[in-house]
Design a binder for this molecule. Sequence first.
Ligand SMILES: [Zn+2]
Ligand SMILES: [Zn+2]
Length: 159
Amino acid sequence: MSASPTTEAVADKAGTASTKTASLLTGGCLCGQVRYTAQAGRATAMVCHCRDCQKQSGSAFSVLFALPEVDLALEGQLRTYATTADSGRTVHRRFCPGCGSPVLTELPERAGLVVVKAGTLDDPAWLRPRMHLWCGSAQPWVTLPTDVPCLDTQPPSSG
Ligand SMILES: [Zn+2]
Ligand SMILES: [Zn+2]
């Protein structure tokens, strides 16, 4: 196993047309009490089909982007609901107490990383999910893409 540094440049070569259109992302909850600004540079977009995301979103999956906590500036108060995920990890799901919109997910075991619910973006056009997680519990009518990794569960410990 070589511990080579991650080569994010590969992603650009793959022709993600919109990578440089937005370096600063803004978003917020439905009612607007919670607002954030995120640096797009180190953000990775993904889709999660786990049952908890389906329950919490009231939908078929969560669209997310993960980034270093220092790249996110948040305004407003969030409430936290802690769960134990299928992976056995504790997950802090954070939402606006005013409107109930899920805004962030944090994993205490992965300090320094924050995951934002991408549906809260003001302009989600930037998004290009680079991975689908927990596809084993994807809804049967969802067509999974063939051009990005679709994992049955989640990566062992990457990202
Ligand atoms: Zn709200
Ligand atoms: Zn999930």
